[in-house]
Design a protein around this ligand. Structure first.
Ligand SMILES: C[S@@+](CC[C@H](N)C(=O)[O-])C[C@H]1O[C@@H](n2cnc3c(N)ncnc32)[C@H](O)[C@@H]1O
Length: 232
């Protein structure tokens, strides 16, 4: 019997935002792969999916190096890949959990690339991306009519960010934790701070919403933080 690999998006935090398909597969698989950071023992994706785990499911926590280093050192990912392949070779159904949507700025994309030519069936199950959940949570329409929405990782170069912000109607700023003050400055220069909102840990018990970004500039920003902004 041949194993099957699932990539499952568990949404941004609220356990009720998993799709029915995600829940059905999570209930059925033999093994759950939960990505975690080096520093923390628990996995956020796993805690979101926990209400749906079957009693005897095998849980394997894997630490992934920074995605930015993937191209330079893909061998760092080899042991995780081999561990997953061994489970698949044993005929197991294996589900890799990931925050939000699996094909949207996710570690899963790299895992998928490592496994896609290894001869096993892969099924990717979409999840609610954080920015969609945030728009709904805040009652903040993301795009209307002919609006153009730009999704910008704040980790991109300042030059590229400035170019896009100058022409777009609406903005979703992801990964704002690293250079938050610079991002607020760019939004202010482009008259985008009036309606800008930042939300941290949307859907989690310690969710935080900041509507006035300028005074918050010196605050330490959580990794799970996103800014929505619009021109009109
Ligand atoms: C590596 S990306 C993962 C995106 C994810 N795959 C998705 O579909 O939303 C991490 C970024 O997503 C955003 N994010 C994810 N979950 C979030 C949440 N619960 N609240 C606010 N922002 C979140 C933040 O901008 C964070 O820096």
């Amino acid at each position: 019997m041949s194993g099957i690999f699932y990539g499952i998006g568990v949404g941004p935090g609220d356990p009720e935002l998993l799709t029915l398909k995600a829940v059905n597969v999570i209930r059925e698989v033999d093994v759950i792969i939960a990505p975690k950071t080096e520093k923390k023992e628990d996995s956020l994706a796993l805690s979101i999916a926990r209400p749906y785990l079957k009693d005897n499911v095998e849980i394997v926590k894997q630490v992934f190096p920074m995605v930015v280093k993937f191209e330079q050192s893909p061998e760092a990912w080899e042991s995780n890949k081999n561990e997953i392949l061994a489970l698949l070779q044993a005929g197991k159904k294996v589900a890799f959990l990931t925050l939000g949507d699996p094909m949207f700025y996710s570690t899963y994309i790299y895992v998928f690339r490592l496994l896609e030519n290894c001869g096993y069936e892969i099924e990717t199950i979409p999840g609610v991306p954080a920015f969609c959940a945030i728009g709904s949570k805040l009652g903040y329409p993301l795009v209307e009519g002919n609006d153009i929405l730009s999704i910008i990782p704040a980790t991109a170069t300042q030059e590229k960010i400035k170019e896009v912000i100058a022409v777009t109607d609406n903005v979703v700023m992801m990964k704002v934790y690293k250079n938050f003050p610079e991002i607020v400055d760019v939004l202010t220069e482009n008259k985008l701070t009036d309606k800008a909102v930042m939300i941290s840990r949307c859907g989690l018990p310690d969710e935080m919403i900041i509507r006035d970004l300028e005074p918050a500039k010196e605050q330490k920003v959580n990794y799970l933080s996103t800014i929505l902004a619009r021109r009109r």
